[in-house]
Design a protein around this ligand. Structure first.
Ligand SMILES: C[S@@+](CC[C@H](N)C(=O)[O-])C[C@H]1O[C@@H](n2cnc3c(N)ncnc32)[C@H](O)[C@@H]1O
Length: 244
């Protein structure tokens, strides 16, 4: 899929090359996985409700798998710019067909389908090219009145001391992982990491995220959970219908 944005093309190519290794790494990203559990707990629906969810930048589909397992009548649309990531998600989510659909889309351009009752995203809206306020606005316009958006994302440290402590803590956890896998991911993925050279990624502070939500016509938003550099934002769409 051609993208009008060179950063978008670079990100897509990097994730195409990384997909299988990222799929192996994902279960070990404990802060991210913990945030998935909080997302599932916070989805404001009963076990048997019928509702529509969009997972933005679905990657290998682990978050969507947890949602599909927890809510047997939820319909889930997973979107990603990388076809190889969508292949990994397809393998993981095959057993839920037809209530899970997977689509290739560049969410900096448009978000397919909708309206949705719930939008979720995990470490996908973390790239400089995304212009987060615009992206959040596009997501808001795809939600039903009363819908919610749960975004688990990287967050910038408040000061250099906190950043140092977080970096040390993350490095010591990395030591427990397969060094070859870590090496491959660092080599191929340096540009999509906030630590990488010439990085395409960006991490914002909590108040910047809240400002982006505020500019995007969400009724209210809060950081509801945080562990090290992983934070979860809960945003409520409010009752009016908004079109992009
Ligand atoms: C770090 S991975 C996170 C994947 C998954 N959400 C998870 O929790 O592991 C980032 C994902 O965002 C996707 N992505 C990046 N830019 C995108 C864009 N503009 N539109 C759609 N997906 C995008 C990548 O292809 C990749 O699968």
């Amino acid at each position: 899929m051609p993208s009008p944005d060179p950063d978008g093309e670079a990100i897509r190519d990097i994730y195409d090359a990384l997909a299988e290794d990222y799929n192996l790494l994902l279960p070990h990203l404990s802060d991210l996985i913990e945030s998935y559990s909080v997302i599932v707990e916070l989805i404001p629906h009963e076990h048997d409700d019928r509702f529509r969810v969009i997972d933005i930048g679905i990657g290998p589909g682990l978050l969507s798998e947890m949602i599909a397992d927890t809510f047997p009548n939820a319909h889930i649309t997973g979107v990603d710019i990388s076809l190889q990531m969508l292949e990994c998600a397809k393998r993981r989510l095959e057993r839920f067909r037809p209530r899970v659909e997977l689509l290739q889309a560049d969410v900096t351009q448009s978000i397919p389908g909708g309206p949705y009752h719930v939008a979720v995203s995990a470490n996908a809206l973390v790239y400089r090219n995304m212009r987060l306020a615009d992206c959040y606005k596009r997501i808001r316009s795809k939600l039903v009145p009363g819908g919610v958006f749960l975004n688990s994302t990287l967050i910038a440290a408040e000061n250099p001391e906190i950043e140092d402590a977080i970096t040390r803590s993350i490095s010591s956890r990395r030591a427990a992982l397969d060094p070859n896998l870590v090496k491959r991911l660092q080599e191929k993925g340096s540009r999509v990491s906030t630590f990488g050279d010439n990085s395409l990624a960006a991490a914002y502070r909590c108040e910047e995220h809240l400002e982006f939500f505020n500019k995007s016509s969400f009724d209210s938003a809060a950081m509801i959970w945080r562990h090290r550099s992983q934070a979860l934002f809960f945003a409520a769409a409010g009752t009016s219908q908004i079109h992009a």
